[in-house]
Design a protein around this ligand. Structure first.
Ligand code: ADP
Ligand code: MG
Length: 725
């Protein structure tokens, strides 16, 4: 390739790139650093008076309210610890509905009356902050004159120190609410939904004889997929830079067809990057467990060990922030978008989910004995019922502009929400449905048809990558979540619908076993049988990528909402509003505001993408086409003068494509000028008109790329971006 475009510069820079690493890993192992930057239980134990420590740890365990009288003592200890670790500022960190992480930094320094400055941090500043809420989306929740919002310390998520080469900041994870107490963030509903789940799960535990009341917490382990692309390429591609995905690009001659990337050897620069990411995460007390190449070229995955849902959500945000931040240091950009490159796999975030408590551990572990199996089957039946009953909600919480490219594109689960149980569990539930009592052993033993079964294996062994919601041995894996999403939405939805289902089952069991009623085992048999009859259709162990499943699912009446504008409005359906209010997770107003904000986000994303599409087509691709056309035309002129035949076909083709490109760009511009009445109408317009128009423009541009002389082509190609490391 000749010429001196930004693209050639980028390639030159990559070939000359040398990364420097400053880490002395032999003398400072990241394992030894685990939690070094966290104001953890053990730090608190060392630094707090005994009685105060007892109060905080109790609060952390139970998620109860923190006694204001102890806040000052904690704040002071926290400040001293932070100062000892080089911090000069503190920040209330919160998670607005944009899905990003927000923080406002304040210095510890306060001038005193004598003209000196002292470091100060009171209990009230620890517990509560007051950022201006007006710069964050609120979906109509906040009157414009009341801009205040509150951040309130979430005691269950420890404070930590964020390091920067030139300073450090004490970060305090907080919930963000409006002046009137409405949630403006992703954390508040997580905390509320965890409480709801706990309350209902306790009832089942009591029925099975566990009345210790140990808090049942949901757990989450999120596998994060991402792409790493050299920064030089990204900066010469306006689409990657501003939209996080390529809006143009002909397929690379080599794609992922060789299956040579998945689990392959990790390139040096990438591995060095991963090591540093893990080191940073380790210091923050985030236990990274797995790392590997993913299916697509230049795609990777990182998975921390699971934690309670709330902590995992905060940590997941930190994982995304850290992945992005460290990539820069290694001359790369970390793309978290769900579909950065057409034609090769996109990225998801598998949300592994379970719940458990201190006495019994994981409640979705089938266990070794029939009794545990029965309790396990009750919880699993609750999940089956909930996923069937509220499939549309699970679809709605993964509805984003980016994720629409993945769901149903034969690389990620379809937009149909079903459950994969694996052969063995499916068989157990089928037996119960068919009157499992036939295998009763009678005489005081369990009468639910499961006691005669072998105890269920911890790992069912079989795997199904095509299911959006799969049982994987001792947890469920929600696989439809997008890679750039906060895990909060999916976790809130799961906690809430499972709480409702567990509530339903507990009520049924209490009713059936009350007074001189049935034995628990018979009641369990009855309830599960009913659930299987009503909700069993949600179980599907086959290949979710096939057309046959689309047809079959339609016959079963399972919803199949293919796009975000289809799915998001479900958030305010009456039954959804009902359960969210019933369990005090989100009020109708809060749900309405969220729907509005998410639709707005969708529209904003598409507004940016369409603007970039037009700009790139007009100012980069069209000029390249014209340059090529001119070259061919000049050539034809010369050849004709010499009486030689010329390549009229190519000349006509590039002329036609250039004209088509102009027309498609004009068409897209015209569609962008359209004013829809409201956010939903606008989203539909984007989905039905803008997206197809962008696709049309792209297909012409990609055809141009295939024929334009290399020296005229301004954009890094798929092959260069995906294979140059
Ligand atoms: P996979 O084989 O699905 O790629 P990984 O090992 O990459 O599995 O990731 C599995 C994730 O599931 C990890 O984050 C792990 O900590 C998490 N996980 C394991 N047990 C539970 C559980 N009980 N609750 C929630 N997450 C869990
Ligand atoms: Mg994995």
């Amino acid at each position: 390739m000749s010429g001196n475009t930004v693209r050639t510069e980028a390639i030159r820079a990559i070939n000359n790139y040398k990364f420097e690493t400053t880490i002395d890993f032999k003398n400072s192992s990241s394992i030894d650093m685990f939690g070094d930057n966290v104001f953890s239980i053990s730090v608190m134990k060392k630094r707090l008076p005994k009685d105060i420590f007892k109060k905080v740890s109790q609060t952390m365990e139970e998620g109860s309210r923190l006694d204001a009288s102890v806040a000052d003592v904690i704040a002071s200890a926290m400040k001293d610890w932070a100062l000892d670790n080089g911090a000069t500022h503190y920040a209330h960190v919160f998670f607005p509905l944009t899905g990003l992480t927000a923080e406002k930094h304040d210095s510890f320094l306060m001038p005193d009356l004598a003209g000196n400055a002292i470091a100060e941090f009171s209990g009230s500043t620890l517990i509560q902050g007051e950022p201006d809420a007006s710069s964050f989306p609120n979906g109509g929740l906040r009157e414009t004159f009341e801009a205040r919002g509150y951040t309130a310390w979430d005691v269950t998520s420890p404070a930590y120190i964020m390091e920067n080469p030139n300073g450090a900041t004490l970060c305090i994870p907080t919930a963000f609410v409006s002046w009137t107490g409405e949630a403006l963030d992703k954390k508040t509903p997580i905390l509320r939904s965890m409480q709801a789940l706990n309350t209902q799960a306790q009832r089942i535990l009591r029925l099975f004889g566990d009345d210790a009341g140990k808090m049942v917490n949901s757990t989450c382990g999120a596998e994060q997929e991402y792409f790493l692309i050299d920064r030089n390429f990204v900066s010469s591609r306006p689409d990657l830079l501003a939209a996080g995905r390529t809006l143009f690009g002909a397929p690379s001659p080599k794609g992922q067809e060789f299956d040579d990337h998945y689990f392959g050897a990790i390139p040096d620069r990438v591995l060095a990057y991963m090591c540093e990411v893990e080191r940073e995460l380790c210091k923050l007390g985030i236990p990274v467990k797995t790392r590997h190449n993913e299916v697509a070229p230049s795609q990777f995955e990182v998975a921390p060990v699971f934690e309670t849902a709330n902590l995992a959500t905060d940590h997941q945000q930190l994982v995304m922030v850290t992945l992005r931040k460290i990539a820069k240091k290694y001359g790369m950009t970390c793309l978290l978008h769900e579909k950065p490159f057409a034609g090769i796999n996109g990225s998801g975030k598998h949300v592994n989910y379970s719940f458990g408590n201190a006495t019994q551990g994981n409640l979705l572990d089938p266990g070794e004995t029939p009794h545990e199996n029965a309790q396990f089957l009750v919880f699993t039946a609750a999940i089956i019922r909930a996923v069937h009953k509220y499939a549309k909600l699970l679809r709605a919480v993964v509805a984003t502009a980016g994720n629409d490219h993945r769901l149903g594109a034969n690389e990620a689960p379809p937009a149909i929400i079903s459950i994969f149980l694996g052969d063995q569990l499916t068989d157990v539930f089928a037996q119960i449905k068919n009157g499992g009592a036939t295998s009763s052993k009678g005489g005081g033993t369990l009468n639910i048809g499961v006691d005669c079964l072998p105890s269920l294996p911890k790992d069912a062994g079989d795997r199904n990558r095509t299911s959006p919601f799969a049982f994987t041995g001792n947890r469920f894996e929600f696989r439809a979540v997008g890679s750039a999403q906060s895990v909060s939405g999916p976790l809130v939805a799961m906690n809430t619908i499972f709480a409702e289902s567990i509530d339903f089952i507990a009520t049924e069991l209490e009713r059936l076993t009350g007074g001189d009623g049935a034995k628990l085992n018979d009641a369990v048999q009855t309830v599960i049988k009913d659930i299987m009859e009503t909700h069993g259709d949600v179980i599907f162990n086959g290949d979710g990528y096939t057309d046959a499943w689309q047809e079959e699912a339609a016959k079963r009446g399972l919803p199949n909402m293919k796009t975000t504008p289809d799915a998001l409005p479900c958030l305010v359906d009456e039954d959804i509003v009902d359960i969210f209010s019933k369990y005090n997770v989100l009020s109708k107003k809060e749900l309405e505001s969220r729907t509005e904000i998410y639709l707005e986000q969708y529209n904003l994303k598409l507004a940016v993408e369409s603007k970039i599409s037009v700009k790139m087509a007009d100012t980069q691709i069209y000029p390249a086409a014209v340059a090529h056309q001119t070259m061919l035309a000049d050539n034809c002129l010369k050849l004709r003068e010499l009486g030689l035949p010329c390549d009229d076909e190519s000349l006509s083709r590039i002329t036609l494509l250039s004209a088509e490109l102009r027309a498609a760009s004009a068409n897209l511009k015209a569609l962008m000028a359209h004013e829809a009445g409201d956010t939903l109408a606008e989203a539909k317009h984007c989905c039905e008109k803008i997206i197809p128009a962008m696709a049309e423009l792209r297909s012409i541009a990609d055809a141009i790329e295939e024929m334009v002389a290399d020296e005229f082509w301004p954009l890094p190609t798929y092959q260069e971006m995906l294979f140059m490391k």
